[in-house]
Design a binder for this molecule. Structure first.
Ligand SMILES: Cc1cc2nc3c(=O)[nH]c(=O)nc-3n(C[C@H](O)[C@H](O)[C@H](O)COP(=O)(O)OP(=O)(O)OC[C@H]3O[C@@H](n4cnc5c(N)ncnc54)[C@H](O)[C@@H]3O)c2cc1C
Length: 182
């Protein structure tokens, strides 16, 4: 759902029943099979609802406390690379602490200096304008989007894009080689 209201942002922290009601209200009377889906959501024993966000923080550490993974730099499910960011970040953090065992402030500053360019790259790959195109708001816009998507598939454009995309994500950033790394 494309909505940036304060209510939509806060609902994921509400009681589950409130969350279900929120979604049911938003999708009431929109047609097609929606009633069936809403009923399925109400009946399901499993429920997960979350806001799509990125985590951007000026500093990843304070004193002896340091953030890693999503807590430091969640990229968002739209970009992927969250797992890679978490694993690479943990590797860099361990490497830097291992390299300066008696100087934690220096190690944490280096962790941030080394990892930031990689994180900036993966977070920067999310383009909100393109995401908005994929989430049209009116019936006409939805119909136009579906027709364009059908045409693109007919012309095999997704296959072409896949073939032309880079396999490596993260730009020119290279994983540092730490001495004594296992
Ligand atoms: C819908 C969705 C799709 C995604 N798709 C992809 C994908 O295709 N590719 C990809 O690479 N990434 C994807 N991600 C992102 C990926 O899941 C995360 O980037 C990754 O799991 C982050 O790992 P983490 O260890 O930093 O955090 P988490 O996996 O969130 O781990 C944090 C842990 O801390 C626990 N915790 C929280 N608070 C406390 C507390 N107070 N005390 C103790 N424990 C606590 C939580 O229960 C959790 O187990 C997706 C994420 C979502 C939500």
């Amino acid at each position: 759902m494309r909505e940036e209201s304060a209510e939509a942002s806060a609902i994921h922290r509400a009681e589950i029943e409130q969350q279900r009601t929120f979604w049911a209200e938003r999708f009431r009377d929109v047609g097609w099979q929606t009633e069936r889906f809403v009923q399925g959501m109400r009946d399901s024993p499993f429920f997960y609802s979350q806001e799509i966000v990125q985590v951007r923080i000026d500093s990843w550490s304070q004193g002896r406390v340091v953030l890693a993974g999503d807590a430091a730099h969640c990229a968002s499910p739209y970009s992927g690379m969250g797992i890679s960011g978490g694993l690479v970040g943990a590797y860099v953090l361990a490497g830097e602490i291992n390299g300066s065992p008696s100087d934690l402030p220096a190690a944490l500053a280096n962790y941030e200096r080394v990892l930031r360019p990689f994180v900036d790259q993966i977070q920067g790959e999310v383009n909100p304008r393109i995401l908005r195109v994929g989430m049209p708001l009116t019936r006409h816009a939805i119909a136009a989007f579906q027709n364009l998507t059908a045409l693109a598939c007919f012309l095999h454009i997704p296959d072409l894009v896949t073939r032309m995309s880079k396999e490596d994500r993260g730009g020119d950033w290279r994983l540092p080689a730490y001495v004594n790394a296992v």
